[in-house]
Design a protein around this ligand. Structure first.
Ligand SMILES: Cc1ncc(COP(=O)(O)O)c(C=O)c1O
Length: 368
């Protein structure tokens, strides 16, 4: 299967290890095992006696029950466990999309959402979010794109890179548009839980009967190293996905399953920790935007990233390459997410370093 290069991942492979200030990262500062055990009041004794077998093939009941608490009306039969959200998205697409199917993908987003369908031979229509709409989808445009012959709409809420959060009434309208076409909606909800006002968005799986939600412990729970995600979907879709899944997963690691269960069972504590860090970083970002003349940005409402526009006439990849070479500050160019003229800045890590890096960036911009 031929597939386009994954531009964001390639950028990371090339530049991340050399960064002095990494503003490209999308995770909230990761938890260590010790921190996870402390925050969840657990100890490790139980884990030492575990046999390192395959474990429960589709994920333990404990984990699936914990995941159900992240939704309003889901049961373990609606869930399967995957290798991160990246594995979840891929499995959904491989299971549902066939050559010639029409797929509508709302971008900018994680590249899987348009490059995998394209590689399968689907007819992919990409609908661009616009800054003047606060990065929310234009519903008339979406309705036009979807028509009555779309197989699946792929979207991401809260959105990476813009930080936009689709309000409930808009999500419902998107579901109505999908219903007219009898299409599935795959909503990548990997940042759901990190809404900055503390009001967790409704999941597409809870509001639409052909809604499929993908999630993971990477962002919301700061446990990207576990490589653990899930798909929440109607039971018959999960059956098809599990059929496909036999070929690439068997099971996830039992330690990943165990630690993810602990984290999700203690979701309130971990989300509180992470929102505090995000809001601290967001304040640094907002203060910087107020004094930085060359940049503009719709203030993000969720997630860990902002999509910052800039007003110097240079391509975003060239800008980021030179910036990092001159200063060690790593920022992700919008070009890697199909929108030049923008930069993705992650603000969920160390706020002091963020402040320093943004100052360095401003000084550098003045010299360009
Ligand atoms: C929107 C989105 N989906 C999926 C992923 C992959 O997440 P995971 O680490 O759970 O595989 C990412 C990672 O950055 C992401 O931003």
């Amino acid at each position: 299967m031929k597939i386009d290069k994954f531009k964001v991942e390639e950028w990371f492979n090339k530049y991340e290890s050399k960064a002095i200030y990494d503003l490209a990262d999308t995770c909230v500062e990761s938890l260590s095992i010790n921190e996870l055990l402390k925050i969840t009041d657990s100890d490790t004794k139980e884990i030492y006696s575990r046999k390192l077998n395959y474990g429960d093939i589709h994920g333990s009941n404990r984990l699936k029950n914990a995941i159900c608490t992240l939704y309003k009306s889901q049961i373990p039969e609606n869930i399967t466990i995957t290798h991160g959200a990246i594995g979840a998205n891929q499995l959904v697409m491989l299971s549902l999309i066939e050559r010639g199917d029409k797929v509508v993908s709302i971008i900018p987003t994680y590249q899987q959402h348009y490059s995998i369908p394209k590689s399968i031979g689907a007819n992919v229509k990409t609908l661009f979010l616009k800054e003047e709409n606060d990065w929310l989808p234009d519903l008339d445009e979406l309705e036009n794109f979807v028509g009555t012959d779309t197989k699946i709409i792929c979207m991401n809420n809260p959105n990476n890179p813009t930080g936009a959060v689709i309000p409930y009434d808009m999500l419902e309208k998107i579901a109505q548009i999908a219903k007219k076409s009898n299409s599935y909606i795959l909503c990548d909800e990997v940042y759901r839980g990190l809404e900055h006002n503390g009001q967790i968005s409704k999941s597409i799986a809870d509001i639409y009967d052909k809604g499929i939600s993908t999630g993971s412990v990477s962002k919301v729970f700061s446990l990207a190293g576990l490589r653990l995600g899930w798909i929440t979907a109607p039971a018959e879709v999960i059956k098809d996905i599990n059929h496909q899944r036999e070929y690439n997963t068997i099971s996830v690691g039992i330690l990943d399953d165990y630690f993810a269960s602990l984290a999700i069972e203690n979701k309130d504590k971990i989300i509180k920790r992470n929102l505090n860090k995000i809001l601290e970083g967001k304040k640094v970002l907002k203060d910087w935007l107020e004094i930085e003349n060359y940049c503009h940005c719709v203030i993000p409402q969720g997630g860990t990233t902002a999509f910052v526009g800039y007003d110097i006439g240079v391509n975003s990849a060239d800008l980021c390459r030179k910036l990092q070479l001159d200063t060690g500050v790593m920022i992700l160019p919008g070009e890697t997410m199909e929108l030049d003229g923008y930069l993705r800045i992650g603000y969920g890590n160390n706020p002091d370093k963020l402040k320093q890096a943004l100052n360095i960036f401003s000084n550098w911009l003045k010299l360009q």
